[in-house]
Design a protein around this ligand. Sequence first.
Ligand code: NAD
Ligand code: WQD
Length: 336
Amino acid sequence: MDKILVTGGMGYIGSHTCLALLESGFEPVIFDNLSNSSAGVLQQIYTISGQVLSFVEGDIRDTALLKQVLIKHQCVAVIHFAALKAVGESTEQPHRYYDNNVGGTLSLLKAMEESAVRNIVFSSSATVYGDPDYIPIDERHPIRATNPYGWSKVMVEQILRDTCASKASWQAISLRYFNPVGAHDSGLLGENPMGMPNNLMPFIAQVAVGKREYLQVFGDDYPTDDGTGVRDYIHVMDLAAGHVQALQGKRGVKGFYAYNLGTGQGYSVLEMVNSFSKESGQAIPYRVADRRSGDIPCSYADPSLAQRELDWQASRDLTQMTADVWRWQSKYPMGI
Ligand code: NAD
Ligand code: WQD
């Protein structure tokens, strides 16, 4: 069974991807410093899959430990989720973000180089398109950023491009996620934000379960149908499948590739609120507030390149996204 090192595998997207890897016959080895996740995730993965995963508690900036783990497990590839991801925090603590996200990736690439592992799938983001020039956004759209978190993704993509250009043996696949939401349909695994959620869906879920009083809708005067921001929300299990398809679909192909992972469909904040209210049967009180600094009006993907080259397409609709989040949130109102 091919072993895959999964950095950040205890986190939201990483943990769901571990389940998808197991289902496709890969053996994930998780490497995570638990800075934004809980060790309880391992038990949930075991309950769902019946598999006990290898887990190493460590920091990706520890090159020697990474190298030791890659060699010990004879990993054939790395899926690299480990990063700090709070946009607002990144503007206050840019050095911490660049050190963790860019420095951490350089450490990982060094460990891979020294242990002869040459395949990496990287968690990039639609944030690399900044405020987009056109919609739907395809992969030819210019790359830029509006905050240190976003720049860390742009920089890592460039590092991966340069790595592949310098040595023909390397393969790097950058997956640009749009807005990941949803949970495993068992209700046993989902997004487990520590403290105040930064993103819309976990915030709505916490209002629905009574943990927060109301949602603030950041702006209702955008040039969209109902005036609220529009995004391409994608189910985390569809996203997870995209990683498996990237490993399988590009097996043996060298070089750097980037793919959008989105549905191609945009929903407004109010459409998200209404969908969640319908699926959960709960009222979601909200108040319109000022626009959030740095927000863009509208973003959704042209996901056709991933469909053509990876044979991947999102299949879960908004109803399933909200139903799965509600199942998870109502089972674990305080998280795991
Ligand atoms: P998450 O915080 O739930 O998971 C990240 C994991 O990485 C956590 O378990 C954390 O403990 C770990 N980690 C962070 N720094 C580390 C380090 N130095 N060493 C070892 N482990 C470390 O986040 P997520 O939502 O699962 O995101 C995963 C990846 O996807 C990140 O790279 C993120 O930037 C990217 N991404 C996320 C979104 C989103 O909206 N969730 C969108 C686009 C891209
Ligand atoms: C979605 C919409 C908000 C919260 C961010 C990062 C991006 C990526 C995903 C990692 C917007 C509105 C939100 C709230 C609201 N992360 N909103 N009230 O901003 O598209 O992307 O997360 O790569 O880099 O920037 O996602 O979920 O924060 O917001 O009205 O309490 O919901 O204004 O229109 P966003 P989001």
